[in-house]
Design a binder for this molecule. Structure first.
Ligand code: HEM
Length: 303
């Protein structure tokens, strides 16, 4: 029963977003792509994703992050799944990215209904949508090795200008960057990623929040490096706007979270998402689609 409660909190808002997306779906992306070639594909992916999230609510976060990390390195082409020396997956920038076995299970289930039809890139995208929010389905059938993960992926200690620049290089504006950061309403981060925030940052931090974090994250590496804390301490498994409320209370876990509300240009966007959760929902959904769409265009340009 407990796990189904989690399912509701994560997936019902996702479903509402899915419905709201129909009118913003870019014309070159379609949810009907497999209607003829594999009509059971979407249902199969959804079933597997729901089962994975039911067994562990964090899987929702892992799937969204997998899609993001795949897209930000030269496109949503599933190159993140490739293994071996020099692969994107092996890059330190993808250290801590998890959930590959969930994708393996989803892929295996889809292969059982339609062998060799549905691309892994599409599975990553649909799985991310089914896990938390609506997304897009892309026709991206090529896998290429990538070595740009280090330069392309944003880091948790970036300041606001660096984040804005990083996303602008991907064709995403500051508002879209803030909306997408709202993914941190679910999932967790390791001490090694937030240590700088609690010991060495000049950013405001709530005193009680800070002291609770220092208990689980000792100041000196590698002590406690792998200890986890929720990115949204209020509703860690629920896709909502508490992430933004936390920022206003100086309870952002990563430096890259708190800089979004730090007496700077994005404060007003954060405040807007605090006051209007539905604006966050629709902005997030649209930005996820744009992320997928733009990256698939980049892939097409390379072909
Ligand atoms: C704005 C720039 C961003 C930065 C600097 C950033 C950085 C990070 C870091 C450092 C972590 C913790 C990783 C760890 O400890 O292993 C994390 C977790 C996560 N990120 Fe981001 N992220 C950003 C944007 C995004 C976006 C755009 C998405 C999705 C669309 C996303 C989804 C997630 C999720 C779901 C988690 C939790 C994963 C888990 O539970 O393991 N992030 N991010």
């Amino acid at each position: 029963m407990g796990s189904y409660k989690y399912m509701e909190t994560i997936l019902i808002p996702a479903f509402i977003l899915l419905l709201s997306l129909n009118y913003v779906m870019p014309c070159n992306l379609t949810v009907n792509f497999y209607d003829k070639t594999c009509p059971k594909a979407l249902a199969s992916i959804k079933r597997s994703v729901w089962a994975a999230v039911a067994s562990n609510p964090r899987n929702a976060a892992l799937l969204v992050r997998l899609h993001f990390h795949d897209c930000f390195v030269q496109g949503c082409d599933a190159s993140l799944l490739l293994e071996g020396a020099g692969s994107e997956k092996a890059s330190p920038a993808n250290d801590g990215v998890l959930g590959y076995e969930v994708i393996d299970a989803v892929k295996a289930a889809v292969e059982r209904v339609c062998p060799g039809v549905v691309s892994c890139a599409d599975i990553l995208a649909v799985a991310a949508r089914d896990a938390t929010v609506a997304g897009s389905i892309m026709d991206s059938k090529t896998w290429k090795k990538r070595s740009e993960a280090i330069t392309d992926l944003p880091r948790g200690n970036m300041n606001l200008n660096q984040l804005i620049d990083n996303f602008r290089r991907k064709g995403l504006n500051a508002r879209e960057m803030v909306a997408l950061s709202g993914s941190h309403t679910i999932g967790q981060a390791r001490c090694v990623r937030f240590r700088g925030r609690i010991y060495n940052s000049s950013l405001n931090i709530d005193a009680a929040f800070n002291s609770s974090l220092t208990e689980s994250c000792p100041p000196t590496a590698p002590n406690g490096d792998s200890n986890l804390q929720p990115l949204d301490l209020v509703t860690p498994n629920r896709f909502d706007n508490n992430y933004f409320k936390n920022l206003v209370s100086n309870k952002g876990l990563l430096i890259s979270d708190q800089v979004l509300f730090n007496r700077d240009s994005t404060d007003s966007i954060v405040t807007e998402y605090v006051n209007n959760p539905s604006t966050f929902d629709s902005d997030f959904a649209a930005a996820m689609i744009k992320m997928g769409e733009m990256m698939s265009l980049l892939v097409l340009m390379e072909l």
